[in-house]
Design a protein around this ligand. Sequence first.
Ligand code: UT7
Length: 301
Amino acid sequence: MGLIIKKAAKLKMDKFYDNFYFEKMLDTSNEWIVKRTGIEKRFFSEKPLSQMAEEAAENLKLTDEEKKKIRLLIVSTVGGDFIVPSLAAILQGRLGLEKEILAFDLNIACTGFVGGTILAESYLRAGEYALVIGAEKLSNFTNFKDRTTAIIFADGAGACLYEKSKEKFYKDLGTISDEKFLTLKSDEGYLKMEGREVFRFATSVMPKSIEKVLKRADQKIDLFILHQANERIINFIEKKIPGNYYSNIKNYANTSSASIAMALADLYEKDSLRGKNILLAGFGGGLTYGTCIVRGENEIR
Ligand code: UT7
């Protein structure tokens, strides 16, 4: 693959809210949420997003040698506590990375981590490293009176250290403009979603994107990691394209572009990425989608 996962880590989350929390404030139920989404609990952060992203990256425990090899830092987010400077610029200093690097924030909504991964592959030369972070504090943009979004979206941050390899990279990215189905307008301040339409989009576009990449790559995939938007979407795609699919949505809910990064972190912690061919697929606001294949490092840690 064109990118090797050297390390992955996530924010330490300490305070989870189960579905019963919402029963008290909204016309909803634990049963409905579990059945329709697979979500059992989620994390809402009391810290600013810059700190969440920083902590996720610090948990990579980067060595000085690794820091020197990082040529690119991308923070994927729909928005945080700073508009300027970018979170990436802030983290360059806080993490003690080299000055001569490109560091920027990327907003492709839930597709952001996959988009950042694809950009990293195209920017790096073989042997160079990129740090790609997905960090979201969606609770800042959630209307807690709206049951169609409040129970789904949550906070999280994950970080991944990639190395560019000489192998071929397979990817697919796309945008289908939409101003209705999934929006966060600055004058409204809240996420709004026509869930059924976005569900339809995800289940029609993603299998095609994944199949396109699989056909081009023509290799065995050990692990499929999709954006954790809804357990039913993952199950739907798994039925169409059978394989080993990872899901952690029951623990974290939908954390937009942080979800795939956190899934990688969970698996890295269990040493379950090593030597694996991993397909990543994200989709969401824009509407946007992206698929690519990366590889877990072979070396024994
Ligand atoms: O991360 C970015 C991309 N986002 C996604 O991929 C999300 C995709 N969409 C979804 O995950 C699902 O559409 C939702 C989880 C958002 C909604 O599930 P659904 O099965 O599509 O429900 P629905 O919108 O079709 O609503 C079914 C019923 C409606 O009631 P009626 O009209 O049948 O009487 C809703 O009003 O469920 C009602 N409903 C709820 N009931 C209890 C909607 N939200 C809730 C709720 N609790 N929280």
